[in-house]
Ligand binder design. Sequence first.
Ligand SMILES: [Zn+2]
Length: 249
Amino acid sequence: MNHITFLGSGGARIMLSTQVLATGGMIISLDDTHFSLDPGPGALVNIFKYNINPTDLHGIIISHRHLDHSADVNVMIEAMTKSGSVKSGQVFAPSDALDIDPVILKYLRKYLREVTYLRPLSNYIINNLPFTTSMPHQHGSEETYGFLFHGRNTILGYIPDTAFFPELLDFYKADVLIVSMLRLEKSNVLHLSVDDVELIIKSIRPKVTILTHFGYQIYQKGPDKIADYLTEKTGQSVIAAADGLEIDF
Ligand SMILES: [Zn+2]
């Protein structure tokens, strides 16, 4: 069974600083590949809370270098490689997360079997799971990519932080779609709002859409209520993530 564990359902600065919602990203198990996706603050602490062994991970994928997506990458590498005693695991990250002002410490990289730079619209393999990067997202100066993971029977999509732009609708043809929905209303910050997500679901029509990475206003309004609202508006199945939520798909 394919499986997602949400090590956190919060995102952005207020949630990161207050931990009202946790911010550890997700653990994905698809076919026989297990990996950490966007290990924000708290990923390592929470992975143990949900009885996942970090040494079972095949790797870590980072969509972009913002802290709420990457702050725990170093401790996750340390744990995945048994404190560097077993050279193992793959890490995938955009080039600005690896160079210039890197979020992945250089001394840890030698513990890894492979460190790979992500490029736009390119194909990769983690363990034996193929995946494709999106076009660059519109998310300020940070290089940001989303992903399509090509499971044997299921395509899993992940749309991380971005402003809405129409090409998203062409790329993210997924059966199961995880969407970072940070904002209640449209604004000039480069994040998806509830209206943007409605448009995405109506166009792509995934079998199930899972909302996550909630900002404070979404939290106050109630993520479950918004998921119900979007289910009604789109006629599609929409679920809100929660801290510790586990979903089989
Ligand atoms: Zn971001």
